[in-house]
Design a protein around this ligand. Structure first.
Ligand SMILES: *Cc1c(COP(=O)(O)O)cnc(C)c1O
Length: 375
C-alpha cells in the first residue's frame, strides 16, 4: 500500500536541527538571546512593533485576552468556525464568548453579524482568518471603531497572508500566531502575539511571566533582587532552542507560502467545473496563506466521501465542528443548533484536503483523482 498522505505536516531540515543543537550546547536554553531575536523577526515579518512569544497559539490567545482586560461580565464576539481555543481563551479570563455567524462563501466572520451581536457588555471582537484568508478587516474595523472595541486577530491560519497590501499582524490591535507542526512554521509547540501598542506588549510580557513586572534581565541590569508580582500570570515562556528552530524556519516561510498557493491553484483548477465540489471563495483584495484547503461537498454525503478518501490513504479532515455545538458550550451556555445557521450548514459539507509545502505534485494529483472519483 502506498504512503498515507496527511492533511498537514512540518518540514524540518538539517539546518533546523543544527540551529537547535547549537543552542542546546550554549549557555542559554531559555529566556536568552534567541527569544528576543525570534520575537523581533516575527514582529518585523508581520509588520508589527512588538512580538511576545509564548508556549502555544492558545497561550497567545489567553495572553491577548488578558491584555485586552477581559474579565467576568465582559463579552467577546468570536466566529463559530474556528478551533475551540479562540472562544476558550475568553472563558479562561471569566468572560463570555458570543458567536457571530460566518459568510457562506468564505466562512469568514460576517461583519453584519458582529454588529447584531454587540451589547453593552461587548469589549472585544476576536476574528479568525479562516483557512489562511484574511477577514474583512475594513468592515470589521468600522464596527469596532464605532463601538470602541478591541480587535484581536486569531491569525493562526494566515501567517504570511496580506490584506489590501498589509501583512496579517499589522491590522488588528493584537494578532496571534501558532507554531504547531501543521501551521506555516513550527517550533514544536509555540505561539506569538504581535502588537503596535506598547501598553498591550507590556501587559502580555508580564502575563507570560507569572505577572511579574520585571524579567530577570532587567533585574540584572538594576543589580537588584527586587521584583513585584502585580497580576496573576502564568509561565508561558518559550525556550531558546524553540526560538532557534523558529528563526531557522522563518527563513523558508515565503517559499512555503508560495508552495501552498501553488497547490491551491492546482486544486482550484481541478474543481473549477466540477459539480458537487465547491472550494471556498478567494477574495481579490487579499492573499491567502492556505493553512487549509477547504471544499464543500454539495451533492454527496460528506461522511461517505470522507471515509472513502481516508480508506485510500488521503488524510482529509474537517475544520471545524462549530464551537458552540461542543458539549461544553451546549451544557454550560445552553447553546445549540440554530445559533449560527450558516456555519452549521457549512459544517455538514466541508472537508479539508491535504495542504502542506512538502506535498508533491504527484500526491496533489492523487488527491484530486480520488476526490473526483468519489463525487
Ligand atoms: C492552531 C490554532 C490555535 C491554537 O494554536 P496552538 O498552538 O495549537 O495552541 C488557535 N486558533 C486557531 C484558529 C488555530 O488554527
Amino acid at each position: 500500500m502506498s504512503k498515507f498522505i496527511p492533511y498537514g505536516r512540518q518540514s524540518i531540515s538539517e539546518e533546523d536541527i543544527q540551529a537547535v543543537a547549537e543552542v542546546l550546547r550554549g549557555d542559554f536554553i531559555t529566556t536568552g538571546p534567541k527569544v528576543d531575536e525570534f520575537e523581533k523577526a516575527v514582529a518585523d515579518y508581520a509588520g508589527s512593533e512588538f512580538g511576545i512569544s509564548v508556549t502555544s497559539g492558545t497561550a497567545a490567545l489567553h495572553t491577548a485576552m488578558f491584555a485586552a482586560g477581559i474579565g467576568p461580565g465582559d463579552e467577546v464576539i468570536v466566529p463559530p468556525i474556528t478551533f475551540a481555543a479562540t472562544a476558550n481563551s475568553v472563558l479562561y479570563m471569566g468572560g463570555a464568548a458570543v458567536f457571530a455567524d460566518v459568510c457562506e462563501d468564505t466562512l469568514l466572520i460576517d461583519p453584519d453579524e458582529i454588529r447584531k451581536k454587540i451589547t453593552s457588555k461587548t469589549k472585544a471582537v476576536a476574528v479568525v482568518d479562516f483557512a489562511g484568508q484574511p477577514c474583512d478587516y475594513d468592515e470589521i474595523r468600522k464596527v469596532t471603531d464605532e463601538y470602541g472595541l478591541i480587535l484581536i486577530a486569531d491569525s493562526c491560519h494566515s501567517l504570511g497572508a496580506e490584506y489590501k497590501g498589509g501583512k496579517c499582524g499589522s491590522i488588528a490591535d493584537i494578532t496571534l500566531f501558532s507554531f504547531h507542526p501543521v501551521k506555516h512554521i513550527t517550533t514544536g509547540e509555540g505561539g506569538m502575539a504581535v502588537t503596535d501598542k506598547a501598553e498591550f506588549a507590556d501587559r502580555m510580557k508580564r502575563f507570560r511571566n507569572h505577572g511579574i513586572n520585571v524579567d530577570y534581565k532587567q533585574r540584572e541590569k538594576m543589580g537588584s533582587w527586587y521584583y513585584e508580582m502585580t497580576d496573576l500570570g502564568y509561565n508561558y515562556r518559550m525556550t531558546d532552542f524553540q526560538c532557534a528552530l523558529g528563526l531557522s524556519q522563518l527563513k523558508k516561510l515565503d517559499g512555503w507560502v508560495e508552495r501552498r498557493q501553488q497547490i491551491a491553484k492546482r486544486y482550484d483548477q481541478a474543481f473549477a467545473d466540477v459539480e458537487g465540489v465547491e472550494p471556498l471563495s478567494q477574495l481579490t483584495d487579499r492573499t491567502n496563506a492556505y493553512h487549509l484547503y477547504v471544499v464543500k461537498i454539495t451533492q454527496k454525503d460528506r461522511a461517505e466521501v470522507f471515509a472513502s478518501l481516508r480508506d485510500n490513504g488521503i488524510g482529509v479532515n474537517v475544520h471545524y465542528i462549530p464551537v458552540h455545538l461542543h458539549p461544553y458550550y451546549r451544557d454550560r451556555f445552553g447553546y445549540g443548533p440554530g445559533l449560527c445557521p450558516v456555519a452549521e450548514r457549512a459544517y455538514e459539507q466541508i472537508i479539508s484536503l491535504p495542504m502542506f509545502p512538502g506535498l508533491t505534485d504527484g500526491e496533489v494529483g492523487k488527491v484530486i483523482g480520488f476526490l473526483l472519483s468519489f463525487v
